[in-house]
Design a protein around this ligand. Structure first.
Ligand code: UGC
Ligand code: NI
Length: 164
């Protein structure tokens, strides 16, 4: 019987071991443009390592996952961070796992709101994009350059997310 995973709310504190939450945090706000604009400053930092490394901006158009969903694998990017910020609203799921001697441990599932993004620090185990309910566009900031920036791990036994 696959072990069940239960989504928990995404908060900066809970997500801290894995990276940053990208949201309009009042503590990060400063007024700019003569008071016309609220700047939520330095919510996360992009990392790009290795030969020819550069930070790029992409759009990922994620189709909704179906549930119950079996989590069979996790991945990580050793040479750079990767951020996801929804462009068209809607809740979505963020799956991460601690590193345990070079393999991912038990995944944690966070339910993110449509006004929340995340930045996975380099080499943090996560599941590929998990969109919920409708096809959603995400702004993705990650690393391009030489070398392999994708490591995948497949669990012996899947974990199950009954519903998002
Ligand atoms: N492969 C790719 O660019 N996407 C994954 O890294 C992901 O985290 O969705
Ligand atoms: Ni990724």
């Amino acid at each position: 019987m696959a072990e069940q995973l239960t989504p928990e709310p995404l908060t900066p504190e809970a997500f801290a071991p894995f990276g940053s939450v990208i949201e309009a945090d009042p503590a990060a706000m400063r007024l700019i443009n003569g008071g016309n604009t609220e700047r939520y400053h330095a919510l996360a930092e992009a990392e790009a390592y290795g030969e020819g490394a550069r930070t790029i901006l992409n759009i990922f158009r994620g189709s909704p996952r179906t549930f119950p969903y079996a989590v069979t694998m996790m991945e990580r990017h050793p040479l750079g961070s990767q951020s996801f910020s929804p462009l068209s609203g809607g809740d979505w799921l963020v799956l991460v796992a601690p590193d345990e001697a070079g393999r991912p441990g038990r995944p944690r599932v966070f339910r993110a709101r449509g006004d929340q993004g995340v930045n996975y620090r380099a080499n943090v185990w996560h599941h590929p994009l998990m969109t919920v309910g409708k096809t959603t566009d995400f702004l993705v900031v990650d690393r391009a350059g030489e070398g392999s920036n994708l490591e995948e791990f497949f669990y012996d036994m899947p974990f199950l997310i009954a519903e998002p």
